[in-house]
Structures are given as C-alpha cells and as structure tokens.
Ligand binder design. Sequence first.
Ligand code: NAD
Ligand code: UDP
Length: 391
Amino acid sequence: SSSSSSRADLDGNPIKAMTICMIGAGGFIGSHLCEKLMAETPHTVIALDVYNDKIRHLLDDAGGPHPWSGRIQFHRLNIKHDSRLEGLIKMSDLTINLAAICTPADYNTRPLDTIYSNFIDALPVVRYCSENGKRLIHFSTCEIYGKTIGSFLPKDHPLRQNPDFYVLKEDVAPCIFGPIEKQRWSYACAKQLIERLIYAEGAENGLKFTIVRPFNWIGPRMDFIPGIDGPSEGVPRVLACFSNNLLRGEPLKLVDGGQSQRTFVYIKDAIEAILLMIENPARANGQIFNVGNPNNEVTVKQLADMMTKVYSKVSAQPILDVPTIDVSSKEFYGVGYDDSDKRIPDMTIINKQLGWNPKTSLWDLLESTLTYQHRTYAEAIKKAIAKPTAS
Ligand code: NAD
Ligand code: UDP
C-alpha cells in the first residue's frame, strides 16, 4: 500500500514500521490517533482501554476487513490492575499513555480518583518503559501551568499586556496552583508530579520520553452528550456542554460570566504534531511540547457566541432570544472549583524541533465539529425530548 513505501522522517531517513502500545486508545484523542496511524502509516497499534466505542469502526470484527487489517488489536483492560500491561509494553517499540480522568467536573468532586488516575496509575507504565528500555510519549496537560503570573496583578495594570506575564513557555513558565481546598488543582498537581517523575527517570535512568501538553484540543467524538451516549447528569468539557445545549435548543451556561480565556486547536491539526513526535524520536526525545493554537484565543463567552452562530448555520435553525445564561461555578461544578484565567502556548520549541504549526481557524474547526454533532445527535435528541421522562 502507499503507506508502506518510502515515507521519510524530517531528516530524510526512511521510517521503519513500529509497534505502538497505546493506553487510553478508546478515548477522544486516542481515536483520532488510531485513525491517522491506520490510514497514513505502516505502524501497528496495540490499543488498550476499558471502552472501545470510539474506535470500533477501525477494528476488524466490525463489518469485514479494512485496508489496515491486522495492524490494530484491541485489549479491554484497566491499567489499575491487569498483569498483561508489562507484556504488552515489552512487545512494543513505543508506549503512548493517554489514560486519565481529565474532565474538570471530576477534579473537585472526585479528587481521589483524579489523583490516583493521573499519578498512581501512570507509575507502572513509566516503570515498565524505563526498566525495559522502551520509549514513552506521555500525555500531560496545559493545566500544569495553572494561573498566569499576570492574573495576580491589578485588573488594569499595564504589565498584564506584557507577554512575559501570560505566555506559557515550557522551559520558563512556573506552575501556579490555588490552595489545597480548591480541589480543582488536584488534576494539575498530579500531572505535574508524573511529569517530574518521568523527567527524573530520563535524567537518572536514561528513559527516552516525550511529554505532551495539549491546549484545549477539540473536535468530533470529544466526551459525550449527556442523556444520549453518556449519563444525563454528567458534565463533560465545554465543547460537549455547549453542543448539548445547542442540540436541545436551550441557553448555553457561562460559568462565572465566561470571562476565562482559552485557545482551541482542531484535533486533526494536533494529531499531526503527535505523528511527527512518533516518527522523529531523535527530535522528540527528552522534550516537553506545548501543542495548541495561539491564534485561536477567545473568552468562553466569545466561544459560546461563535458556537451559537455556527450551529444556526449548520442546522438551519434560528438563534434563541436568550442564547446564554450566567451560572456560578459553585452551582455548576460545586465547592472547590477554580479556573485557569488564560492559556496561550509558546510555540518556539515545537516549531524548532518539529516544524509544526496549527492550520485551522476557530470558525472552521467549529463548523466541521458542529456539523458532525448535528449529524450524529440531532435525531436522537429529538426522540429523547419527545419521550416523556420517567420520574
Ligand atoms: P478521554 O477521556 O477521551 O480519553 C482517555 C481514555 O483513557 C478513555 O477512553 C478512558 O476510558 C481511558 N482510561 C482511563 N483510565 C483508564 C484505565 N485505568 N485503564 C484503561 N483505560 C483508561 O480524554 P482525551 O481528551 O482523549 O485525553 C487524553 C489525554 O490527554 C489525557 O491524559 C488528558 O489528561 C490529556 N489532555 C487532553 C486535553 C484535550 O484537550 N483533549 C487537554 C489536556 C490534556
Ligand atoms: N465552561 C462554561 N460552561 C460550560 C462548561 C464549561 O462556562 O457549560 C467553562 C469552564 O468554567 C472553563 C472553560 O469553560 O472556564 C473550559 O472548560 P473545560 O471543561 O473545557 O476545561 P478546561 O479548559 O478548564 O480544562
């Protein structure tokens, strides 16, 4: 096939087919990474997860053989307690760890699960890679940066406009979390400690690692729509919350006024960066990479307004008279919630090492994503709304 002939890395060397152990392959990012690896590379994926709904279309038992037949195998397992894990890592050239509890609604309400998932459960993965001399690409988060330095200055202070006070740079920016009683930061803190442990394994034991810090990657298959393919009372990340509101024709909820800022990157752009890391180990090993789109910054309120306009276009439905409502964070997430104020990724390191840049504008990525949401869920939502609820 075209994928196996003469593909070259960034230094012009031919790329050899490898076996990749992907933990958390059934999630949002994992599903897109599996798709990319099957469609465009000769690599084999050993996919590990407790769920496989989002990659079922790639697996062989689903409706006959694929062009990539035999190159992806799924193992349903929980890495918390499964003796097969070390063997599967040993069989592979590279391990990619995506497994985590990573929805903000869980950080303050299930802090123990959050800390265990993001730190304790990742420990054996790091150890097996280190002990067996295997390469590791570990998924951390932009949340590791916490709040910006500028957020501690008075609102109208001129230094707030100075990039030194807000741009998040891998080898310069500090990690600034709130007090312990703000349990929101349990996730960031657990991710920070596993990053430090991986870095130390590299420094002391020669582990070949790459750490990825995603900055709000969004696109099709992210999270779930409450009451349709996830729990009705569940609170997913903002893309799915707002999609759910739009699909149901209800106002979008702005937490504490929606004044926090985020930069959103299209999942398909971000996956290109991960493929470059996979296939250019000499350029990626020992690095920590921000992966985001600094050009797509909006406040959450601006995101809500844009999603409302885009959804009206793709669904051919009018915009509500009251498209958004304010809700307090305590009401929406419960006690212990706190927020990152602003997240602009510095792109110097990923540019230099991998020559990667994001391409897709916020409007365009929302248009393709909301087209997918509408096609996938609009009918099911109509039926769910028509059915009287048993209460
Ligand atoms: P996701 O929740 O869709 O995927 C995580 C997957 O890991 C899920 O399918 C889950 O079932 C699996 N998993 C969790 N615990 C497991 C266990 N014990 N055993 C086996 N499988 C387990 O989330 P995602 O958005 O795809 O995120 C993947 C990684 O990227 C996470 O580490 C997350 O912290 C990080 N990240 C993502 C974003 C983003 O923008 N999407 C931002 C920051 C960080
Ligand atoms: N948010 C919101 N309404 C919602 C869901 C989220 O205003 O229905 C806000 C949330 O408070 C945060 C931002 O949107 O400021 C992004 O939230 P997300 O859950 O996507 O994760 P985060 O970027 O904070 O990790």
